[in-house]
Ligand binder design. Structure first.
Ligand code: C2E
Ligand code: MG
Ligand code: MG
Length: 499
């Protein structure tokens, strides 16, 4: 008990008030302090102390930079709400700023603090009635909101991500950051405050590492990933050794003729203890556990086996940034091709912008080595990063694949078509072959062909399939028929009539 609390208790006694606990004592301090001022100078002194005590206790639950609640206050409130069964269901939103460290490093901590205040203001404006908002770490914010079926949390998360994406003007600088948001819904009485915050944090990480989403809602798949993470190392080691992993192959077809131009090898792990794990989940886990090199080598070996079976169809292999920047990646590929007796033009390597952004020199050296051997290097998922143009200009690449997110509004919004046209032209002006990913209907085939996109890949033309199925697919002429059929007439380069 602090000395101030004892003073309040003395005061309380002299004023006849009965105070049960130090907390109640502090809450009543303002009133007591007012009474004290009427009793003379000594009491005025005590009143000052009381106010300071109030300020101190407020400081203990307030974030000094933004004025929001701090982590401790947030957790207490969450616990109280979860215990209160009369209330409606609640959800926790966890937000982490993207690129906050860069802002601090580039502009200094003062600008960093102003940015946090600006973020807090924008978040406050968006919070629904009755929500609690707090800053719970360096660049981490959290909110408790009541769930309301009429107001999906997705909308709130999207509004938050969009609001933070708008640049902040601080001391004359335009400061750009982003936000990743995770959401966990409270299931009383089973959820504890800690569980809920942890789940929202996990969902936020999932969003941060996703190539496509800025927010995620916690689900069972994420629990599966956490369960797998602990047993991952041993399980994956065994799976590689026992050949329990497999590759599927998705066709890329020539947009003019519909002929099978190449296939992309896509990793599958059907039999993990957590069921089928998608490569989008598996690769980050393998990077984290340090097994990505072993896994990458397994994929390369299997892809070379596939090339042997397919004869003259090139096979593209996705390579993780960790693997690609690894010293000697180019020579590993060269040695493998040599010992397999395969000509280098039958292998393609797909890399993502991640590798270019984080380790440009190592990436440049791997690209040079591979191209010297005669292996083509293609930039995958073009348009999902944020510095694509400069990299495209400065690197000797053979092709680029336009991310499937560009396909979404194609034919629905004229601007989407214009963007697609510009991206294809950009690729061609740099001497690159251009592939469109995620082609899902005949209309897109028509439009992309008119826009002179070189190759097409997507479920409409062929889903990922086994090697035997690819052999049959090639012989069937299925894609050729689809491309010919799709090109029944010239598409309108604007709004899709049937959209
Ligand atoms: P990616 O390289 O961009 O591969 C294309 C992904 O899009 C595949 O997902 C494919 O199944 C999916 N896809 C293809 N056509 C369509 C379509 O028309 N619509 C939609 N909605 N999706 C389509 P998948 O197999 O789940 O792979 C996801 C990502 O995981 C890949 O994206 C690639 O980045 C990575 N990946 C896959 N295999 C490997 C691997 O062996 N090594 C590494 N490092 N990464 C891999
Ligand atoms: Mg790929
Ligand atoms: Mg891709």
């Amino acid at each position: 008990m602090s000395v101030w609390t004892s003073v309040f208790e003395l005061l309380a006694e002299s004023s006849g008030a009965k105070l049960g606990s130090a907390a109640v004592c502090m809450a009543s301090a303002a009133m007591l302090a007012r009474q004290a001022t009427q009793r003379g100078t000594a009491c005025r002194l005590l009143a000052g102390m009381a106010e300071r005590e109030i300020a101190l206790s407020k400081a203990a639950i307030t974030d000094s930079v933004t004025g929001l609640k701090n982590r401790m206050a947030f957790s207490r409130e969450l616990e109280a709400l979860l215990e209160d069964r009369s209330r409606s269901e609640i959800a926790v939103l966890f937000l982490d700023l993207d690129r906050f460290k860069e802002v601090n490093d580039t502009h200094g901590h003062k600008v960093g603090d102003e940015l946090l205040k600006g973020v807090a203001r924008r978040l406050c404006d968006l919070m629904p009635e009755g929500a609690t908002l707090a800053r719970i770490g360096g660049d981490e914010f959290a909110a408790i909101v009541r769930t309301d079926p009429a107001k999906p949390l997705d909308n709130l998360a999207i509004a938050i991500v969009e609001a933070i994406y708008e640049p902040f003007t601080i001391e004359g600088h335009a400061v750009h950051v982003g936000a990743s948001v995770g959401i966990a819904k409270g299931m009383r009485p089973s959820s504890s405050a800690d569980d809920l915050l942890r789940q929202a944090d996990i969902a936020m990480y999932d969003a941060k590492f996703s190539k496509t989403d800025s927010f995620r809602i916690f689900d069972e798949r994420m629990s599966k990933m956490i369960a797998l993470r602990s047993s991952m190392r041993a399980e994956l080691e065994q799976a590689i050794a026992n050949d329990e992993l497999s590759l599927k192959f998705q066709p890329l077809v020539d947009s003019q003729t519909g002929a099978l131009a190449s296939v992309e090898a896509l990793l599958r792990w059907p039999g993990s203890s957590q069921g089928e794990i998608s490569p989008g989940d598996l690769i980050p886990l393998a990077e984290e556990s340090g097994q990505i090199l072993a896994l990458g080598n397994w994929v390369l070996d299997k892809a070379l086996d596939a090339i042997r079976t397919l004869g003259n169809v090139p096979v593209a292999v996705n390579v993780s940034p960790v693997q690609f920047r690894h010293h000697g990646f180019g020579s590993t590929v060269g040695d493998k091709l040599l010992s397999a007796g395969i000509t280098p033009d039958l292998l393609r390597i797909e890399i993502t912008e991640g590798v270019l952004i984080s380790h440009i020199d190592a990436a440049r050296s791997s690209i040079r080595q591979l191209r010297q051997i005669g292996v083509e290097v293609v930039l995958d998922d073009f348009g999902t990063g944020y510095s694509s143009l400069s990299y495209l200009q400065n690197l000797d690449l053979d092709g680029m694949k336009i991310d499937r997110s560009f396909m979404k509004d194609l034919g629905r919004r004229p601007l989407a078509t214009q963007i697609m046209r510009s991206v294809i032209e950009l690729g061609h002006s740099l001497g690159l072959k251009v592939v469109a990913e995620g082609v899902e209907n005949d209309w897109q085939v028509r439009l992309l062909r008119t826009l002179r996109c070189d190759y097409l890949q997507g479920y409409y033309l062929g889903t990922p399939m086994s090697l035997e199925e690819i052999v049959r697919f090639r012989e069937s002429g299925e894609a050729r028929a689809k491309v010919t059929r799709a090109f029944g007439g010239e598409p309108q380069l604007g709004l899709r009539a049937s959209a």
